[in-house]
Ligand binder design. Structure first.
Ligand code: AMP
Ligand code: FE
Ligand code: FE
Ligand code: ZN
Length: 286
Protein backbone atom coordinates (compact mmCIF):
# COMPACT_ATOMS: atom_id res chain seq x y z
CA UNK A 1 0.00 0.00 0.00
CA UNK A 2 2.03 3.01 -1.19
CA UNK A 3 1.69 6.43 0.38
CA UNK A 4 1.40 7.54 3.98
CA UNK A 5 -1.55 7.01 6.32
CA UNK A 6 -3.45 9.96 7.80
CA UNK A 7 -5.96 8.51 10.24
CA UNK A 8 -7.93 11.59 11.33
CA UNK A 9 -9.73 13.80 8.81
CA UNK A 10 -13.07 15.63 8.78
CA UNK A 11 -15.65 16.29 6.06
CA UNK A 12 -18.82 18.38 5.76
CA UNK A 13 -20.59 15.56 7.62
CA UNK A 14 -19.19 17.35 10.69
CA UNK A 15 -17.02 20.47 10.79
CA UNK A 16 -14.74 19.95 7.78
CA UNK A 17 -15.24 22.04 4.64
CA UNK A 18 -14.60 19.32 1.99
CA UNK A 19 -17.39 16.90 1.13
CA UNK A 20 -16.37 13.24 1.57
CA UNK A 21 -15.76 13.00 -2.23
CA UNK A 22 -13.67 16.19 -2.24
CA UNK A 23 -11.71 14.82 0.69
CA UNK A 24 -10.94 11.60 -1.21
CA UNK A 25 -9.77 13.60 -4.23
CA UNK A 26 -7.66 15.91 -2.04
CA UNK A 27 -5.99 12.93 -0.34
CA UNK A 28 -5.19 11.29 -3.69
CA UNK A 29 -3.85 14.62 -4.93
CA UNK A 30 -1.62 14.86 -1.86
CA UNK A 31 -0.19 11.39 -2.59
CA UNK A 32 -1.67 9.85 0.55
CA UNK A 33 -2.20 6.07 0.59
CA UNK A 34 -4.68 5.68 3.46
CA UNK A 35 -7.05 8.04 5.24
CA UNK A 36 -9.52 7.42 8.03
CA UNK A 37 -12.71 9.47 7.72
CA UNK A 38 -13.40 10.52 11.31
CA UNK A 39 -16.28 12.96 11.45
CA UNK A 40 -17.47 14.01 14.88
CA UNK A 41 -20.14 11.61 16.20
CA UNK A 42 -21.24 10.52 12.71
CA UNK A 43 -20.80 7.69 10.20
CA UNK A 44 -23.01 9.24 7.52
CA UNK A 45 -20.08 10.20 5.26
CA UNK A 46 -18.89 6.62 4.85
CA UNK A 47 -20.98 5.70 1.81
CA UNK A 48 -19.95 8.75 -0.21
CA UNK A 49 -16.28 8.31 0.72
CA UNK A 50 -16.41 4.62 -0.22
CA UNK A 51 -17.99 5.37 -3.59
CA UNK A 52 -15.41 8.09 -4.30
CA UNK A 53 -12.47 5.87 -3.30
CA UNK A 54 -13.56 2.83 -5.29
CA UNK A 55 -11.14 2.04 -8.08
CA UNK A 56 -8.61 4.63 -6.91
CA UNK A 57 -5.21 4.29 -5.22
CA UNK A 58 -6.68 5.49 -1.90
CA UNK A 59 -7.70 3.20 0.94
CA UNK A 60 -10.27 4.62 3.36
CA UNK A 61 -10.81 3.37 6.88
CA UNK A 62 -14.35 4.23 7.94
CA UNK A 63 -14.26 5.89 11.35
CA UNK A 64 -15.62 8.61 13.58
CA UNK A 65 -14.43 10.87 16.41
CA UNK A 66 -16.58 10.25 19.47
CA UNK A 67 -17.23 13.16 21.83
CA UNK A 68 -16.70 12.24 25.47
CA UNK A 69 -16.25 14.37 28.56
CA UNK A 70 -14.89 14.16 32.04
CA UNK A 71 -14.58 16.83 34.75
CA UNK A 72 -15.49 19.60 32.24
CA UNK A 73 -12.78 18.46 29.80
CA UNK A 74 -13.71 17.41 26.29
CA UNK A 75 -11.96 14.13 25.40
CA UNK A 76 -12.20 12.95 21.78
CA UNK A 77 -11.89 9.25 21.03
CA UNK A 78 -11.22 8.08 17.47
CA UNK A 79 -13.22 4.99 16.56
CA UNK A 80 -11.94 2.98 13.59
CA UNK A 81 -13.90 0.34 11.70
CA UNK A 82 -16.85 0.09 14.07
CA UNK A 83 -20.08 -1.64 13.05
CA UNK A 84 -22.14 1.40 11.97
CA UNK A 85 -25.37 -0.46 12.80
CA UNK A 86 -24.40 -1.48 16.34
CA UNK A 87 -27.59 -0.50 18.25
CA UNK A 88 -25.95 0.98 21.37
CA UNK A 89 -23.47 2.95 19.28
CA UNK A 90 -26.19 4.22 16.94
CA UNK A 91 -28.30 5.31 19.93
CA UNK A 92 -25.39 7.08 21.61
CA UNK A 93 -24.37 8.93 18.43
CA UNK A 94 -27.98 10.03 17.89
CA UNK A 95 -28.19 11.29 21.45
CA UNK A 96 -24.94 13.25 21.22
CA UNK A 97 -25.91 14.83 17.89
CA UNK A 98 -29.36 15.81 19.20
CA UNK A 99 -27.88 17.36 22.33
CA UNK A 100 -25.26 19.16 20.26
CA UNK A 101 -28.11 20.68 18.25
CA UNK A 102 -29.91 21.91 21.40
CA UNK A 103 -26.66 23.28 22.73
CA UNK A 104 -25.87 25.12 19.49
CA UNK A 105 -29.37 26.69 19.49
CA UNK A 106 -28.89 27.75 23.09
CA UNK A 107 -25.49 29.30 22.34
CA UNK A 108 -26.96 31.17 19.37
CA UNK A 109 -29.77 32.53 21.58
CA UNK A 110 -27.20 33.85 24.03
CA UNK A 111 -24.97 35.34 21.32
CA UNK A 112 -27.99 36.95 19.62
CA UNK A 113 -28.55 39.14 22.67
CA UNK A 114 -25.31 40.96 21.81
CA UNK A 115 -24.67 40.32 18.09
CA UNK A 116 -27.09 40.13 15.17
CA UNK A 117 -27.25 36.36 14.56
CA UNK A 118 -30.08 33.92 13.84
CA UNK A 119 -30.39 30.15 13.90
CA UNK A 120 -30.98 30.31 10.13
CA UNK A 121 -27.50 31.84 9.77
CA UNK A 122 -26.06 28.69 11.36
CA UNK A 123 -28.26 26.36 9.31
CA UNK A 124 -26.98 28.11 6.17
CA UNK A 125 -23.41 27.10 7.16
CA UNK A 126 -24.24 23.48 7.96
CA UNK A 127 -24.62 20.60 5.49
CA UNK A 128 -27.99 18.85 5.93
CA UNK A 129 -27.75 16.23 8.67
CA UNK A 130 -24.23 17.22 9.72
CA UNK A 131 -23.10 17.07 13.34
CA UNK A 132 -23.47 20.66 14.50
CA UNK A 133 -20.65 22.28 16.45
CA UNK A 134 -19.13 25.60 17.33
CA UNK A 135 -17.35 25.72 13.93
CA UNK A 136 -20.74 26.18 12.21
CA UNK A 137 -21.63 29.02 14.59
CA UNK A 138 -18.17 30.44 13.85
CA UNK A 139 -18.88 30.35 10.11
CA UNK A 140 -22.18 32.17 10.70
CA UNK A 141 -20.35 34.82 12.76
CA UNK A 142 -17.82 35.21 9.93
CA UNK A 143 -20.62 35.52 7.34
CA UNK A 144 -22.19 38.26 9.48
CA UNK A 145 -18.85 40.05 9.66
CA UNK A 146 -18.55 39.79 13.45
CA UNK A 147 -15.16 37.99 13.28
CA UNK A 148 -12.62 37.48 10.46
CA UNK A 149 -12.33 33.66 10.67
CA UNK A 150 -13.10 30.54 12.69
CA UNK A 151 -10.01 30.85 14.84
CA UNK A 152 -10.89 34.42 15.81
CA UNK A 153 -14.39 33.22 16.74
CA UNK A 154 -12.94 30.44 18.93
CA UNK A 155 -10.65 32.91 20.66
CA UNK A 156 -13.46 35.32 21.47
CA UNK A 157 -17.23 34.75 21.26
CA UNK A 158 -17.05 30.93 21.17
CA UNK A 159 -14.36 30.53 23.81
CA UNK A 160 -15.52 28.55 26.83
CA UNK A 161 -14.89 31.62 28.95
CA UNK A 162 -16.37 33.96 26.32
CA UNK A 163 -19.70 34.30 28.10
CA UNK A 164 -21.82 32.40 25.58
CA UNK A 165 -20.44 28.89 25.91
CA UNK A 166 -22.71 25.99 26.78
CA UNK A 167 -21.58 22.40 27.27
CA UNK A 168 -23.36 19.44 25.68
CA UNK A 169 -23.99 15.89 26.81
CA UNK A 170 -21.29 13.33 26.07
CA UNK A 171 -20.48 10.02 27.78
CA UNK A 172 -17.39 9.55 29.93
CA UNK A 173 -14.27 8.41 28.04
CA UNK A 174 -14.31 4.95 29.64
CA UNK A 175 -17.91 4.46 28.48
CA UNK A 176 -17.01 5.65 24.99
CA UNK A 177 -13.99 3.37 24.70
CA UNK A 178 -16.06 0.38 25.86
CA UNK A 179 -18.83 1.21 23.39
CA UNK A 180 -16.42 1.52 20.45
CA UNK A 181 -14.77 -1.77 21.38
CA UNK A 182 -18.13 -3.53 21.79
CA UNK A 183 -19.12 -2.21 18.35
CA UNK A 184 -16.14 -4.08 16.88
CA UNK A 185 -14.04 -0.95 16.49
CA UNK A 186 -10.59 0.18 17.55
CA UNK A 187 -10.42 3.09 20.02
CA UNK A 188 -7.59 5.64 19.95
CA UNK A 189 -7.61 8.79 22.10
CA UNK A 190 -7.41 11.84 19.80
CA UNK A 191 -4.93 14.63 20.63
CA UNK A 192 -4.57 13.42 24.26
CA UNK A 193 -1.92 16.06 24.97
CA UNK A 194 -4.34 18.97 24.63
CA UNK A 195 -4.77 20.77 27.97
CA UNK A 196 -8.22 19.34 28.81
CA UNK A 197 -7.52 15.65 28.11
CA UNK A 198 -4.01 15.95 29.57
CA UNK A 199 -5.51 17.25 32.83
CA UNK A 200 -8.13 14.54 33.26
CA UNK A 201 -6.34 11.53 31.74
CA UNK A 202 -4.22 10.68 34.76
CA UNK A 203 -2.17 7.48 34.75
CA UNK A 204 -4.94 5.78 36.72
CA UNK A 205 -7.60 6.85 34.21
CA UNK A 206 -5.41 5.72 31.31
CA UNK A 207 -5.31 2.31 33.02
CA UNK A 208 -9.12 2.28 33.17
CA UNK A 209 -9.33 3.12 29.47
CA UNK A 210 -6.92 0.28 28.68
CA UNK A 211 -9.11 -2.09 30.70
CA UNK A 212 -12.11 -0.86 28.67
CA UNK A 213 -10.34 -1.81 25.42
CA UNK A 214 -8.27 1.25 24.47
CA UNK A 215 -5.94 0.41 21.56
CA UNK A 216 -3.84 3.51 21.01
CA UNK A 217 -2.91 7.13 21.54
CA UNK A 218 -2.70 9.81 18.84
CA UNK A 219 0.68 11.15 19.92
CA UNK A 220 1.74 12.89 16.71
CA UNK A 221 -0.79 15.70 16.35
CA UNK A 222 -0.05 19.42 16.16
CA UNK A 223 -2.04 20.15 19.33
CA UNK A 224 0.05 17.84 21.56
CA UNK A 225 2.89 19.90 23.09
CA UNK A 226 6.38 18.24 23.09
CA UNK A 227 6.36 17.63 26.84
CA UNK A 228 2.98 15.89 26.62
CA UNK A 229 4.23 13.70 23.77
CA UNK A 230 7.05 12.35 25.94
CA UNK A 231 4.59 11.37 28.65
CA UNK A 232 2.18 9.85 26.12
CA UNK A 233 4.93 7.77 24.51
CA UNK A 234 5.82 6.44 27.97
CA UNK A 235 2.16 5.66 28.68
CA UNK A 236 1.82 3.86 25.34
CA UNK A 237 4.93 1.77 26.03
CA UNK A 238 3.74 0.92 29.53
CA UNK A 239 0.32 -0.34 28.41
CA UNK A 240 1.28 -1.75 25.01
CA UNK A 241 -0.79 0.83 23.14
CA UNK A 242 -0.13 1.72 19.52
CA UNK A 243 1.01 5.25 18.68
CA UNK A 244 -0.60 7.11 15.79
CA UNK A 245 -0.02 10.42 14.03
CA UNK A 246 -2.53 12.37 11.98
CA UNK A 247 -3.47 15.76 10.63
CA UNK A 248 -7.01 16.35 11.94
CA UNK A 249 -7.62 18.05 8.59
CA UNK A 250 -10.77 20.24 8.47
CA UNK A 251 -10.40 21.65 4.94
CA UNK A 252 -10.26 25.44 5.05
CA UNK A 253 -11.73 25.38 8.57
CA UNK A 254 -8.33 24.94 10.24
CA UNK A 255 -4.66 25.37 9.34
CA UNK A 256 -4.01 21.60 9.64
CA UNK A 257 -2.79 20.18 6.30
CA UNK A 258 -3.50 16.66 5.01
CA UNK A 259 -0.62 14.32 5.83
CA UNK A 260 1.19 16.75 8.13
CA UNK A 261 1.49 13.83 10.57
CA UNK A 262 1.15 10.17 9.70
CA UNK A 263 0.91 6.69 11.17
CA UNK A 264 3.39 3.84 10.62
CA UNK A 265 2.11 1.25 8.09
CA UNK A 266 2.66 -1.51 10.63
CA UNK A 267 0.36 0.27 13.11
CA UNK A 268 -2.30 0.74 10.43
CA UNK A 269 -2.22 -3.00 9.74
CA UNK A 270 -2.57 -3.75 13.46
CA UNK A 271 -5.62 -1.48 13.65
CA UNK A 272 -7.21 -3.12 10.59
CA UNK A 273 -6.46 -6.60 11.94
CA UNK A 274 -7.93 -5.81 15.38
CA UNK A 275 -11.23 -4.42 14.09
CA UNK A 276 -14.25 -6.61 13.43
CA UNK A 277 -17.01 -4.02 12.90
CA UNK A 278 -16.35 -2.99 9.30
CA UNK A 279 -13.71 -3.11 6.56
CA UNK A 280 -11.43 -0.68 4.77
CA UNK A 281 -12.76 0.48 1.40
CA UNK A 282 -11.20 1.80 -1.80
CA UNK A 283 -7.73 0.43 -2.58
CA UNK A 284 -7.91 -2.53 -0.24
CA UNK A 285 -5.56 -4.85 -2.14
CA UNK A 286 -2.07 -4.87 -0.62
P1 AMP B 1 -17.50 21.80 19.71
O1 AMP B 1 -17.25 20.31 19.68
O2 AMP B 1 -18.78 22.16 19.09
O3 AMP B 1 -17.34 22.37 21.09
O4 AMP B 1 -16.37 22.47 18.82
C1 AMP B 1 -15.05 22.02 18.90
C2 AMP B 1 -14.54 21.78 17.49
O5 AMP B 1 -14.14 23.02 16.96
C3 AMP B 1 -13.31 20.88 17.43
O6 AMP B 1 -13.68 19.64 16.88
C4 AMP B 1 -12.36 21.55 16.49
O7 AMP B 1 -12.23 20.84 15.30
C5 AMP B 1 -12.98 22.89 16.18
N1 AMP B 1 -12.05 23.98 16.56
C6 AMP B 1 -11.52 24.20 17.76
N2 AMP B 1 -10.72 25.29 17.74
C7 AMP B 1 -10.75 25.76 16.46
C8 AMP B 1 -10.13 26.84 15.79
N3 AMP B 1 -9.33 27.69 16.43
N4 AMP B 1 -10.39 27.01 14.49
C9 AMP B 1 -11.21 26.17 13.84
N5 AMP B 1 -11.83 25.11 14.43
C10 AMP B 1 -11.60 24.91 15.72
FE1 FE C 1 -13.53 19.36 14.60
FE1 FE D 1 -10.87 16.38 18.11
ZN1 ZN E 1 -10.82 15.84 14.86
Amino acid sequence: MPGIADLHVHSTVSDGTDTPSELVRAAIGAGIGTIALTDHDATTGWAEAAAAAEGTSLRVLPGLELSTQLDFASVHVLAYLVDPAHPALVAELERIRAERLDRARSMVERIARDYPLTWDDVVAQTAPGATVGRPHIADALVARGHVPDRTAAFHSILHWRGGYYRPHYAPEPVVGVRLITEAGGVAVVAHPGMPGPARVLTDERMGELVDAGLFGLEVFHRDNPPRARERLLATAARYGLVVTGSSDYHGTGKANRLGENSTDPEVVERIVAAATGSHPVGATAS
